[in-house]
Ligand binder design. Structure first.
Ligand code: RUQ
Ligand code: CUA
Length: 652
């Protein structure tokens, strides 16, 4: 007999039986009335109603914007709802040419310097969980934070221009997962580790796993004024070497607390060459893992009082102290949990069990009560108190096979993604055990999101299923398929699936959806010469007429202006080996008058949005004649927007 685990694993990979729709393309119809178009394209009334719910005429804007993680594409995606039109890819952890991100300009500092790397040059990321900044538990539309699971980093995106302003590499851990989660006033951006390793990046053999490997929850202090994380004011809590997974911050009554679930409380560290099982089954032996409950206000006070050890430049509250002071408590949670979502009123924490059929709702007041009373019915091997499961829960809801993540609407319903069943299940998180409603998704849904879903006041109306597989949903494009986002209308009595959107650049994990009118985006950098990384006019910006080239020894500075349809100066000559810095100022202030600046054969490319200041530094190590030109079709004379870099051979 196959083990239940193997069956589950196989079920995830088997082609879904829910393939219902025809895979042949409807005929296209030209002209005619609605009835004949429907007949010609084979559309049902329901299809047309769904189309009408999402169709957004040219020039009409969307009501909501989704900020979706781009997964191992290393980017973020902005998507309009209900149209499901992709509005922008935002470069975060990898170079991206359209935004001129990582090709010689100021963004190189964000991507490759300023503590963004953690010791080795890295040019990609695995983006998992974006979180929008909050004020009083509601999205405020100012900032967006995302984590890089692969390299334990967190990025800050400014929503004024939708560009990445800061990347911080976690000095303690090698990989993260539960992040980037904000506290209700964005005091902190929380990042928790996934795969345990010695804190600070040291070496230890695998058979010392229990003693030397650790996890950590890092609290990055956010300075809203500066719009940046402040590493010097940030700190962490040492955690046992369980695989910490999803996390969420408490809100309202549970403000001041953070919840993280975990798997691998078995501390399976692979085979270790000693006949031990792979982590896959080694980490699935126990019936329960531990929900981590963290009193972070207490941790903050303990750190401030000097209870920390310094590891790789970060203040870390030691595990013994966290356990003893009840900063950290555990509660058993069903087998291989995934998803840890605090209800909008802050009273409950919903955890799905990947290998269980329930969602469990933990009751915050019951948990806090036990901690306040000092109850400690048992301890884990590191001395952390494990609270009584039955005493800590509101109850459980039968959901289906493989519940993962849960989001909320404005009517007291929860929507849980169910991976193995490929469904979204709607249920009442206050009256547990009642009726549920399921809708099929295509296929194998991972994350799920809802309109303003992580706030204290979700909007309802829309849910999006973020499916891991598309299979037959779209015209085939080879063996590597896009992911499939499906828009679900939850405004009626029953859920209805209204739109499929392929996501063809990385595998998204989480996403959040914000009211579009909360976003106050820039139309231009004003005044001209504004450095987008300081929000100030650069001291090196030039006004029209002041353009020039200056040489000091082997260093050449070019002060160049950019305006339709020329660069001034339009040529400059240097000697092979010179250090060249080009200071570019866009003198444009008109909306959407973007130029680009690239130098052929020099891997230099920046985007010059209206009013932007850019600074390109490179070594002119190759001699020859190199055209530079504008990469955005900006005017009728765009092709003419060019010039020459002349590099004289050394010693000529
Ligand atoms: S994960 S599909 Cu958030 Cu990284 Cu759950
Ligand atoms: Cu400027 Cu094309």
């Amino acid at each position: 007999m196959k083990s239940p685990l193997l069956l589950l694993a196989l079920a995830a990979c088997a082609p879904s039986e829910q393939t219902t729709a025809s895979t042949t393309a409807p005929k296209s119809a030209a002209g005619g009335d609605l009835g004949s178009i429907m007949a010609a394209r084979g559309l049902s009334d329901a299809d047309v109603i769904n189309a009408a719910k999402t169709y957004t005429p040219s020039g009409v804007h969307d009501e909501y914007v989704i900020f979706a993680s781009g997964g191992h594409g290393g980017n973020m995606i902005a998507i309009g709802v209900p149209s499901m039109r992709i509005l922008k890819y935002i470069a975060v952890f990898g170079p991206e040419p359209w935004q001129g991100y990582g090709f010689g300009g100021l963004s190189d500092k964000v991507l490759y310097q300023d503590g963004a790397q953690g010791g080795k040059e890295i040019s990609w990321g695995d983006v998992h969980h974006p979180n929008l900044s909050e004020t009083a538990g509601d999205y405020d539309g100012e900032f967006l934070f995302v984590n890089d699971k692969a390299n334990a980093r967190v990025a800050v995106i400014d929503l004024a221009d939708l560009s990445t302003k800061q990347i911080v590499a976690n000095p303690l851990v090698m990989s993260d997962h539960g992040g980037a989660f904000v506290t209700p006033n964005t005091e902190y951006v929380v990042e928790t580790s996934q795969y345990a390793a010695p804190l600070g990046g040291g070496y230890a053999p695998l058979d010392s796993y229990n003693d030397t490997f650790r996890g950590a929850a890092t609290f990055w202090k956010f300075n809203r004024e500066a719009g940046r994380l402040d590493p010097a004011a940030s700190w962490a809590i040492e955690l046992p070497p369980y695989a910490q997974d999803l996390a969420d911050s408490g809100k309202l009554v549970s403000d001041g607390w953070v919840f993280i679930n975990s798997w691998n409380t078995e501390r399976s560290a692979g085979t270790e060459g000693k006949g031990k099982p792979f982590t896959e089954s080694g980490a699935s032996q126990n019936d329960t893992d531990y929900l981590h409950v963290i009193d972070y206000k207490k941790a903050e006070a303990l750190i401030a009082a000097g209870n920390f050890k310094m590891i790789a430049g970060m203040k870390v509250l030691p595990l013994e102290v966290a356990a003893k002071e009840r900063v950290l408590s555990f509660i058993a949670e069903p087998k291989s949990p995934h998803g840890c979502d605090v209800t909008p009123d802050g009273t409950g924490i919903v955890v799905g069990g990947k290998l269980d059929t329930h969602a469990t709702v933990f009751e915050f007041s019951k948990i806090k009560d036990q901690i306040t009373k000092g109850e400690c019915p048992s301890k884990d091997p590191y001395g952390v108190c494990v609270l009584d499961f039955q005493k800590s829960i509101r109850g459980q809801q039968q959901i289906g096979l493989g519940p993962l993540h849960t989001v909320f609407d404005n009517k007291g319903f929860a929507y849980t993604s169910v991976f193995l069943d490929s469904t979204v299940v709607k249920w009442d998180y206050n009256k547990l055990g009642g009726e549920t409603e399921a809708i099929s998704t295509q296929y194998n849904i991972g994350h799920i999101l809802s309109a303003e879903g992580d706030t204290v006041s979700p909007d309802g109306h829309w849910v999006v299923a973020m499916n891991k597989m598309a299979q037959d949903r779209f015209t085939p494009v080879g063996p590597l398929l896009p992911q499939n986002f499906q828009l679900i209308d939850i405004s009626g009595q029953n859920m209805s699936m209204v739109y499929d959107l392929p996501i063809p650049l990385g595998e998204p994990h989480y996403a959040q959806m914000i009211k579009a009118d909360k976003l106050k985006t820039l139309q231009a950098y004003i005044p001209a010469g504004t450095n987008p990384y300081t929000d100030k006019v650069s001291e090196h910006a030039v006004a029209a007429g002041a353009e020039r080239t200056e040489r000091k020894g082997k260093k050449v500075d070019v002060y160049m202006s950019v305006i339709r349809s020329h660069f001034a100066p339009d040529f400059f000559e240097v000697e092979q080996g010179d250090e060249v810095t080009i200071h570019l100022t866009s003198l444009e202030q008109a909306y959407d008058q973007t130029h680009g600046f690239s130098i052929d054969m020099y891997n230099v490319n920046v985007s010059m949005e209206p009013g932007k200041y850019e600074e390109i530094t490179f070594k002119a190590d190759r001699s020859g004649v190199f055209p530079f030109y504008c990469t955005e079709f900006c005017s009728a004379l765009h092709l003419e927007m060019m010039g020459y870099l002349l590099v004289k051979p050394k010693g000529s």
